[in-house]
Design a protein around this ligand. Structure first.
Ligand code: M6R
Length: 611
């Protein structure tokens, strides 16, 4: 969704801002803009459309000199994607410019209040309310930091703000609530961004601004104040992400690069947590007594993260013998979940910034649950606010479609399942050992599946003209079907649905006719015969069947399939890790053949920071 970059230093700011905005493109946006402050005057350039259009308008920065500036990519919420709704927004009177991520919930009331004070508005956005509110307090106090602090106190909702003021031309100001902002300390210049990817090229020394803090960046340094404007000491953290992780490294798209990174990402997530045949999650600090007493697990997330939860639900129940329910975050919050101190809520999120998941986490805590999060972005809101956090060491995931985040989240759920199952005495030592052994073999098996990408590419060349694709599966294969279908529809725009295979004949089979493509996910050996029957049912109604199965299952599904993709055998718990790879590649090659903008599908944002 929206992205913020800022710079205050010795260099020309706009080339740095444009570079940062290109890095943030992956988040999804529909307009872009920059502002600089030079010789006591604010200058703005903004446009509907892509950063490259903005780049052309400012001639790479040559038309907008100035060493203190702000940039923004906007994903429309309040008002259509137009030039006038694009950020930065400037206050009535033109003294202050603001870029904003998030939603100011009481903006209508504030707008009415400001209109009554004579302020005029030129856009439909809530951001223009923020900039005018700051201007309003600046008119009263003549002190920009006091004005920002006063405005922050009156705004409800979520916001990350970057602020420039003509009267303080050397300063870049920032504040936030519930929407992330990171400060970067460099040599001769300091940086602001909503996401580390935008500033990692310039500095690795960062500080995650806390809710309610106000930061002032200038060429000479970074100062941070609390809401009462008392200076607070900050400790910089060192980001160890590799720059190449945020670049394509020779691949045509981030998606295929990230698909190929999965064996390594899986290894990085798992290997520090398995030693001498045992899963060690001591980093969590959860007591054995708590684990033994857990009576119910809710697994909460959105989109792909939710589908990790669906797979994990089967595993928690089967191996740890704990009742578990996977629920989408936006439903959890309003469903009145029955929670007590023995309820564990597991929040799954790549970004750690998804608004619905944050809201669900807070609701769970309010109701008395303990929250354990599985998160990729270090220091993100979800990681910080949950009782316990386990990081997935996937590195930055740039493509909107989640792939390596899914794999590493699954990996963490396997470790948790084993850890809990063992502490509760719910799993036999033999089975525990065999899963741990298989986990150590998985990176090699994942690499083998990925090597066979030409087979998947060939199958995509046969099926890419289909306009309706159904995915069916049972048990963990149902969880995989949901993910396979989401991946396909979000990047190829092919209509697709996933069904628990047994549900098909209760309605959806009416849609199956000559040539309909049905992807049968059939990796789970225990239910193979059942899914083979379902494949026969759709085939006899004219469907073409593409089956994804294991090497040992291939012989049993071939006779009901037009095409078969096989993955190596492994322990049942771990099957989703192997089964998802052909589904991800299938979606990728289908989208490639249809000429879709794979990394940035229409209407989607990488990080969904509004409800
Ligand atoms: O950052 P999160 O994991 O919380 O994001 C959740 C979903 O928005 C995300 O998985 C989304 O569904 C992806 N586009 C799926 O590929």
């Amino acid at each position: 969704m929206c992205g913020i970059v800022g710079y205050a230093g010795r260099e020309e700011s706009v080339p740095i801002l444009l570079d940062g905005l290109y890095k943030l493109e992956y988040r999804g946006y529909d307009s872009a803009g920059v502002a600089v402050c030079r010789d006591g005057k604010l200058r703005l350039a903004k446009t509907k459309g892509y950063v490259r259009e903005l780049d052309r308008i400012v001639d790479g920065g040559r038309l907008m000199p100035g060493s203190v500036g702000l940039g923004h990519t906007r994903w429309a919420t309040h008002g259509r994607p137009t030039d006038s709704n694009a950020h930065p927004h400037i206050s009535h009177g033109g003294k202050i410019a603001v870029v904003h991520n998030g939603i100011i919930e009481n903006y209508a009331k504030l707008r009415e209040y400001l209109t009554g004070k004579g302020f005029e508005f030129n856009s439909e956005t809530d951001t223009e309310v923020a900039v005018n509110l700051i201007q309003h307090y600046y008119n009263k106090t003549g002190e920009i930091l006091r004005a920002v602090a006063s405005a922050a106190r009156r705004m409800e909702g979520s916001y990350a703000l970057g602020i420039l003021c003509e009267d303080c031309p050397d300063m870049l100001i920032a504040t936030r609530r519930e929407s992330p902002l990171v400060l970067g300390a460099g040599d001769g210049g300091n940086y602001l961004a909503s996401d580390v990817a935008a500033l990692i090229k310039y500095t690795r020394d960062v500080y995650n601004l806390e809710d309610g803090e106000i930061a002032v960046l200038s060429e000479s340094g970074v100062k941070v104040y609390n809401g009462d404007l008392e200076e607070t000491a900050i400790t910089l953290e060192r980001v160890d992400w590799n720059i190449s992780a945020a670049e394509k490294g020779g691949y045509e798209h981030f998606m295929i690069k990230e698909i190929m990174e999965q064996p390594e990402a899986f290894r990085k997530t798992v290997s520090p947590r398995v030693a001498e045949g045992r899963v060690t999650l001591d980093e969590l600090g959860v007591s054995d007594e708590y684990i033994r007493n857990v009576s119910k697990i809710y697994i909460v997330g959105c989109g792909t993260a939710h589908y990790v939860g669906v797979a994990a639900k089967y595993n928690f129940e089967k191996y740890a013998k704990i009742p578990a329910e996977a629920i989408v975050a936006s439903e959890f919050r309003y469903s009145g979940p029955i929670i007590d101190e023995r309820t564990l809520v597991i929040c799954v999120s790549q970004s750690g910034a998804t608004a619905d998941t944050i809201a669900a986490m807070r609701e769970a805590k309010r109701r008395g649950a303990r929250v354990l999060s599985i998160v990729n972005v270090v220091g993100s809101v979800i990681a910080r606010e949950s009782d316990w956090a386990l990081y997935t060491w996937a590195g930055p995931e740039i493509c909107v479609a989640s792939t390596k985040a899914y794999s590493t989240q699954l990996a963490v759920t396997y470790l948790l399942t084993l850890y809990f199952a063992d502490k509760r005495g719910a799993i036999s030592p033999e089975e525990y050992e065999s899963v741990v052994r298989e986990i150590s073999l998985l990176p090699g098996k994942l690499a083998r599946v990925l090597k066979d990408k030409e087979t998947v590419q060939y199958l995509a060349s046969i099926y890419f003209n289909n306009e309706d694709v159904f995915f069916i599966g049972r048990n963990i294969d149902y969880a995989l079907s949901l993910e396979g279908s989401l991946k396909l529809k979000e990047i190829s725009y092919i209509h697709s649905d996933a069904y628990a295979a047994g549900e098909l004949k209760h309605g959806a089979i009416a849609l199956v006719s000559d040539g309909t493509l049905v992807v049968t996910v059939a990796t789970y050996g225990a239910l193979l015969e059942k899914i083979v029957s379902n494949a026969e049912e759709v085939r006899s109604r004219g469907a073409r069947v593409l089956s994804v199965t294991t090497q040992s299952g291939a012989g049993r599904v071939e006779h009901v399939s037009d095409s078969v993709i096989t993955v190596p055998d492994t322990h049942d718990m771990l099957l989703p890790s192997l089964g998802v790879l052909p589904l991800q590649m299938f979606a990728y090659y289908m989208a490639l053949m249809r000429g879709c903008p794979i990394d940035k599908p229409r209407n989607l944002a990488k990080s969904v920071t509004v409800e």
